[in-house]
Ligand binder design. Structure first.
Ligand code: UD2
Length: 316
């Protein structure tokens, strides 16, 4: 019995029995999710183009989501798939839209087809707030118009349409989770993919000035990676509905507030360097998460202050 859905959707977690495939299981969210799934007693199979981090016990297959043959072997006998593998560099998607489309849209279709043929009923897909583009009203709920500003946003939108279409056409119970700004430990600060919180934390730790692009009044909805993992676990345990679902904290934070909070925790003066705003940067972002609450029983547990405390240490 799923306590959230109040129906016997799936058997209770069988320790050491149910197999969950995680595509992109070696990435930032994937690493946290695999750890969480293993703690919950699931057997994890990881598909990624790089090996998982140490400490993850799951079976690992090095392959791309475009490799249908490898996917097939991995999906056989699995209970559910969490599909995180993607190209996530927004700027790179602008210079090479076709590569972005291949992995994010066609790769997702590959995952869905393989799941369908293998009899896996549930695919939980990592979509993105990028599908909305610049919000025309706040907070952004799932009925907000979708107007991606990048090929990355367009490929995620296309992919999530397939993810949900498979529910209608083939009776699957897939979920499309629109992730807002995910943060937490374990992001590589040197990676262009890393978010602003990792960048600020790194600068503060190294005694450098955090860089703020623009005047710092832009806002984001920061959601802790552990809350995101909770949402994925609920999505595979409860099954998805016909609508994509925002996964966020529903709290709007300006970049200046963020930087001050982080400097405060580190006990250093807040002294950012201001550089010109990034091209195409959205001005404000905050999600309405009522649908996630209703359909998944999702409610974020980690406040920004608490989450930042786990990332920013006091400087000696
Ligand atoms: C996030 C996602 C991106 C895409 C996009 C859709 C991350 C890391 N990226 O991009 O994949 O889904 O949302 O809208 O979650 N900033 C600074 N200083 C820095 C770094 C960033 O001021 O050192 C600013 C940046 O200009 C932006 C804000 O911080 O206004 C957030 O930047 P980000 O790169 O963390 O994420 P975002 O929202 O651009």
């Amino acid at each position: 019995m799923c306590v959230v859905c109040h129906i016997a959707l799936r058997k209770a977690v069988l320790i050491g029995d149910d197999v969950i495939v995680v595509t992109g299981g070696s990435g930032f969210i994937g690493t946290h999710l695999c750890q969480r799934l293993e703690e919950d007693g699931y057997k994890v199979r990881i598909l990624d183009i790089v090996p998982p981090q140490s400490g993850i016990r799951g079976e690992f297959v090095r392959a791309s989501v475009l490799d249908a043959g490898r996917l097939q072997k991995l999906f056989n006998g699995a209970e559910a798939v969490v599909h995180l593998a993607a190209l996530i560099d927004v700027a790179a998607s602008v210079s090479d839209p076709y590569a972005d489309f291949s992995v994010n849209a066609a790769g997702t279709l590959n995952v869905l087809e393989t799941a369908r043929r293998a009899g896996v009923k549930r695919v939980a897909f990592a979509s993105s707030a990028a599908v909305y583009g610049e919000p025309v009203r706040l907070p952004v709920d799932e009925e907000h118009p979708t107007a991606p500003l990048s090929p990355y946003g367009a490929s995620k939108l296309s992919a999530e349409r397939y993810v949900l279409l498979y529910n209608r056409l083939y009776g699957m119970e897939n979920a499309a989770l629109r992730l807002f700004n995910v943060y937490g430990s374990g992001q590589n600060p040197l990676s262009p993919y890393s978010g602003v919180i990792t960048k600020f934390a790194n600068a503060i730790r190294d005694g450098k000035r955090p860089i703020i692009y623009g005047d710092g009044s832009q806002t984001r909805d920061f959601v802790h990676v552990d809350d995101v993992c909770e949402a994925f676990v609920r999505a595979i345990e409860c099954g998805g509905k016909d609508m994509p679902c925002n996964i966020a904290s529903a709290t709007e934070t300006t970049l200046l507030e963020l930087m001050e909070e982080m400097c405060n925790i580190a006990d250093v003066p807040a002294d950012p360097e201001f550089l010109p705003a990034r091209e195409g940067d959205i001005k404000r972002s905050v999600a309405d998460i009522a649908l996630a609450k209703k359909t998944l029983g999702f409610s974020p547990k980690i406040s920004l202050a608490r989450g930042l405390g786990g990332i920013v240490g006091k400087r000696k």
